[in-house]
Design a protein around this ligand. Structure first.
Ligand SMILES: COc1cc(/C=C/C(=O)SCCNC(=O)CCNC(=O)[C@H](O)C(C)(C)COP(=O)(O)OP(=O)(O)OC[C@H]2O[C@@H](n3cnc4c(N)ncnc43)[C@H](O)[C@@H]2OP(=O)(O)O)ccc1O
Ligand SMILES: O=C(O)CCC(=O)C(=O)O
Ligand SMILES: [Fe+2]
Length: 364
């Protein structure tokens, strides 16, 4: 019997050719009608959600914060700082980003992934005309022992003109609009978080180190056969200052519990945005704000999309604990100064490994 295309997907080189080189992504694998998961995606037992060591804690929930000014503004500030210190993750509602903008960027995500592989392949690392636009699958395929069931389009923002010239037409206006309309929310969150650190004013220098660069990812997680055997995104913390995440109504994002013994689901709330603290802010706040490990499960019956905006220092910035934090009570620095591009390169050059990235900056 001649091997079928789905049988060929057990060969690492055929799979790599189909998914990465031809640009079909895991979406192409799903559309091929695969009934069993190719072995390259089978995660070690300890990474699977079905394991006892990865129990879900249904009674816990990350905070949901109403950002509208109907409340006392002090309550909003307290809630945000408390959530950033204790949870590192929270959801916001009445945040000021119009629902239509959020709907449009989700539609645009589908529009991009519905393009033919011959179109999408133009944006892979090997083919993309610019380093600022990258289409790929899994996180770091060369470094990973098992692949992740995820396709992504990653767009690094330099300027509107550059984005219009280089980002894929199928999604560029919607991605740009989402970034633009999120700007006020990002500034409000950072102002609140800085005030609590004794940083009275976000001047030009602070603004650059907190939010001098931005990256938007359009993540696509198609239906997955034997979904319990793999992950959509493995355990990691973001390397950003803040991440503003739009998820659809499918669910599947989990956050590590404080005692690190279990996982808390982040339930989709229509119109809400998920906010999480990244490693850069954990470092700049000398550990006051927490960058928490999180992961995404693969789904056996529904395709999921999510759209994070990573708010970052500029690659050329040196990041370390703010002097205002250390000066307040002679606190000792827990992290050294590191060049942000070195930190990000360290993150991208290894497989996802939970909270390990920040060890790179820790003073031991
Ligand atoms: C993709 O799945 C992900 C992503 C994430 C992301 C979480 C975040 O927090 S993203 C925020 C990261 N910050 C930035 O991106 C700052 C902007 N970065 C840059 O401008 C550059 O990448 C650089 C940091 C300055 C490094 O530039 P350069 O020295 O020119 O080196 P590069 O070739 O660009 O990259 C180094 C290394 O990283 C790989 N890489 C870069 N960008 C991406 C990307 N978007 N996705 C995947 N990998 C990327 C690149 O291939 C290089 O590796 P080599 O092995 O090829 O050398 C969270 C969870 C996810 O699942
Ligand atoms: O898809 C999600 O809900 C989370 C995505 C994520 O953690 C990331 O892209 O860093
Ligand atoms: Fe993440």
């Amino acid at each position: 019997m001649a091997p079928t295309r789905s049988m060929m997907m057990d060969s690492p080189s055929d799979l790599n050719e189909f998914v990465m080189i031809q640009g079909n992504g895991v979406k192409g694998l799903y559309e091929m009608g695969l009934k069993t998961l190719p072995k390259q995606y089978i995660q070690p037992l300890e990474e699977r959600m079905s394991m006892m060591t990865n129990k879900v804690v249904p009674q816990e929930s990350i905070p949901i914060i109403d950002m509208s000014n109907n409340n006392n503004n002090c309550d909003v500030e307290d809630a945000i700082c408390y959530a950033a210190e204790k949870w590192g993750f929270f959801q916001v509602i009445n945040h000021g980003v119009p629902t239509q903008v959020l709907e449009n960027v989700k539609d645009a995500t589908y529009r991009f992934y519905e393009l033919a592989a011959e179109e999408k392949v133009k944006y892979t690392k090997e083919n993309s005309p610019t380093k600022h636009v990258r289409y790929g699958s899994s996180f770091s395929p060369e470094a990973e022992k098992a692949l992740e069931w995820k396709d992504y389009l990653s767009l690094f923002y330099v300027s509107e003109d550059e984005a219009i010239a280089t980002w894929p037409y199928a999604c560029r206006n919607e991605a740009l609009e989402y970034m633009k309309k999120s700007e006020a929310l990002i500034k409000r969150l950072l102002n609140i978080l800085m005030k609590r650190l004794n940083v009275k004013e976000i001047d030009e220098i602070k603004e650059a180190v907190l939010m001098g660069s931005k990256r938007i990812n359009l993540n696509y997680y198609p239906v997955c056969p034997n979904h319990d055997l793999t992950v959509a995104i493995g355990r990691h913390s973001d390397v950003s200052t803040l991440t503003i995440l739009l998820q659809d109504q499918t669910g599947g994002l989990f956050v590590r519990t404080e005692d690190r013994c279990g996982w808390i689901h982040v339930p989709p709330i229509p119109g809400a945005l998920v906010i999480n603290i990244g490693d850069a802010l954990q470092i700049m706040s000398n550990g006051r704000y927490k960058s928490i490990e999180h992961r995404v499960t693969a789904n056996g019956s529904k395709t999921r999309v999510s759209v994070p905006i990573f708010v970052n220092p500029r690659p050329s910035d040196v990041i370390g604990p703010f002097l205002e934090v250390l000066a307040s009570d002679g606190e000792k620095a827990k992290y050294k100064n590191v060049l942000y591009s070195d930190y990000v390169k360290h993150f991208f050059r290894k497989a996802h490994d939970g909270k390990m990235t920040i060890e790179y900056a820790k003073i031991t």
